[in-house]
Design a protein around this ligand. Structure first.
Ligand code: AKB
Length: 312
């Protein structure tokens, strides 16, 4: 990885992956591509592009002599249900463009899958690496199709494309954008600002989650792993912590009083179709994945950093 292009660079994961890549590979070697959410104070090389735009991407790959693409552009589970056709178009076309360009320019590619690739027929506890993939959201459908495309382009064209199934990601820097796991970030903002939170999933809802620093580390570690050791070319299961909404509220309440009420909405059905916990032993075995942040450590950082960010 010498010259890196990141699409969706100003989304939740991109906002923290880009600085980590800049630190490791040099600011001038990371090209951040975004559309509407480009922060004015962004320090680095930035390009504006609405996806899907294959020719636009081709232009940037040529201009900057790119060898690696992190293709993060995607609509998430809840937003995706508002316009399923557009979700398919954006998520799949932009990804196929990147894979086709990867064949042409011999690019290495990272593409994010998600626990949304699973569905109600998947075993929900300690979900295995290889299992039933019958998601109920269009976002999930694009993740399953995308995983198969990754494997296809690897087998057919030798594209070195790598992927992880992210759980819900929790961070204080950038807000998540339209997912079902977003409650686990929103609760911290409301706890600090209002002392109360109305949660859109029920108290007993258990979902796999991860602190952002672990997600960024996993992403970079996988991309740096020895290709000979990788046995999964669809997408690796990835896990850190699983908790109920009530357990998260209780953990926050140890240091910050927050009154939580539960009012499940349409996102409850999505949450109910996803695993409660994930077996990520293949990732641990193949490329040495290890998470660092547990629930208390993540909660402490979120409260302290958000208080500073919100001036409280
Ligand atoms: C979502 O909730 O849609 C995402 C995801 C789990 O992929 N955070």
């Amino acid at each position: 990885m010498k010259r890196i292009l990141v699409t969706g660079a100003f989304g939740q994961i991109g906002s923290e992956l880009v600085p980590a890549l800049q630190d490791k590979f040099g600011k001038e070697n990371v090209i951040a591509v975004g559309n509407s959410r480009i922060p004015e104070d962004f320090d680095g090389v930035v390009e504006k592009l609405n996806q899907p735009d294959k020719e636009g991407l081709r232009g940037l790959i040529t201009k900057y002599e790119i060898d690696t693409v992190f293709h993060l552009v995607s609509l998430l589970s809840a937003t995706g249900e508002k316009d399923p056709s557009f979700t398919w178009h954006l998520n799949m076309q932009s990804m196929k463009d990147v894979l086709d360009l990867a064949v042409e320019f011999k690019l290495k590619v990272f593409w994010p899958s998600s626990i949304a690739a699973f569905g109600p027929t998947t075993p929900r506890d300690f979900t295995p690496q290889r299992t039933v993939l019958e998601p109920t959201t269009m976002y999930g459908v694009t993740k399953v199709a995308g995983e198969l495309l990754c494997q296809y382009y690897f087998n057919k064209f030798g594209v070195d494309v790598r992927s992880v199934r992210y759980p819900g990601i929790i961070s204080y820097k950038a807000l998540p954008g339209g997912g079902t796991t977003d409650y686990a970030v929103a609760i911290f903002y409301d706890a600090i600002e209002k002392g109360e939170y109305e949660c859109f999933v029920s108290e007993e809802t258990t979902l796999p989650m991860m602190y952002m620093d672990d997600a960024v580390k996993a992403t970079i570690d996988l991309m740096e792993a020895d290709p000979a050791k990788l046995t999964v070319r669809t997408s690796y299961n990835l896990a850190a912590i699983s908790f109920t909404a009530e357990e998260l509220a209780a953990e926050i309440n140890k240091t910050l009083p927050v009154q939580v009420t539960y009012k499940p909405d349409h996102r409850q059905n999505i949450a109910n179709s996803w695993p409660k916990s994930i077996d990520d032993s293949q990732a641990r075995q193949d490329w040495g994945w290890q998470h660092e942040y547990d629930l208390p450590k993540m909660t402490e950082i979120m409260i302290n950093e958000l208080k500073k960010k919100l001036g409280k």
